[in-house]
Design a protein around this ligand. Sequence first.
Ligand code: NAD
Length: 371
Amino acid sequence: MRELGIGLIGTGFMGRAHALAFRNVSAVFELPLKLKFAALADADPQRARQCAEAWGFDSAHSDWQQLIDDPKVNLIAITTPNHLHYPMAMAALAAGKPVYCEKPLAVSLEQANAMRLAAKAAGVVTRVGYNYQHNPMIGLARELIQNGELGDLISFQGEFSEDFMADAASPWSWRCDAAHAGGALADLGSHLLAMARYLMGDVEAVCADTQTVHAQRPATAGSQEQRTIAVDDQVHALLRFANGARGTFSSSWLKHGYKNHLSFEISGTQGTLAFDQERLNELRLFRAGQEGFQRLLAGPNLPGYAAFSPAAGHQLGYNELKTLEVHDLVMALAGLSQGGTDFDQAWEVERLATAIRLAANESRWVRIEEV
Ligand SMILES: NC(=O)c1ccc[n+]([C@@H]2O[C@H](COP(=O)([O-])OP(=O)(O)OC[C@H]3O[C@@H](n4cnc5c(N)ncnc54)[C@H](O)[C@@H]3O)[C@@H](O)[C@H]2O)c1
């Protein structure tokens, strides 16, 4: 069996999630490739060494270019802050290596465009971490929509809110810096835009409003030094889809009480579908003529769920979605899958986000083809 040498860059929240998914995927699925944990990189050399040992990687680097150059590495997984996606992915693509990059793709549309063109030129598999689409219940939602269960689509009401920045004393981080692609729209909203495109198709035009509620935050936790914040804390937008449906979109990292509220209601002429990532094993479906919503619960009738459990209602979690994403990636690397978000589709998400920022800055409707 052909071996796949994984090179993982970053050991934070997503570095661990990727490591777990690469570890678990072989236990859950029969894979066409044998995964080898070739190399790990982190800017902090001690952390790189510790995580490489704990997570079973053969070598540790503090210089990510060394990881990309390592001949034992033939897949580059990027889990660093957003502004590093571009240089790392471009270097990987220049070396002809496939890339699995965290979202959002880049910090500007120009970078995102260069990345998708470089991926096309390199002719290698690329994937971006829009993991929520890999939820079997989202697959079911897409199937129900495509099978016409909702009739003709009329509306999409989507929201992705969390509250991890709700406290005005939450300190500055790279997520608060525009040059690092910070802001609620880049951080959370990009997931919802990817989801809206996945379920509803192309968006044609947007109008939007963005707001920075807390214009200053402590430079570090508890510090008296303040840093100015220029990125959005919340964004609200109207969407017009190519299929004629209309939509609302909002995203906030200030909304008290919400921890992972990626949610939507999609209505058509024959019904409504509702989902909330905080209850990720459920869909609510209303068909015209019913008395009330039907609650659909994840079970082994869905292949992505069956891979983990033969028993209905035992529930998947966030890390299982990441494992399903990695499964799709490995199948794509073996030429056996077309699923998942590649650099081209992730660039479309960046176009939408850019159009939303432009619409907000200029207080007008923006057609996506303008950007
Ligand atoms: N798909 C999702 O659900 C999801 C969730 C959270 C974060 N993310 C994305 O994952 C990425 C990372 O976010 P995070 O929350 O894991 O951040 P984090 O701050 O927890 O981790 C970032 C890691 O990158 C490392 N790093 C920074 N500079 C580096 C360099 N020059 N070379 C090597 N390593 C370097 C840091 O040491 C750290 O280990 C971001 O793009 C973010 O948007 C995606």
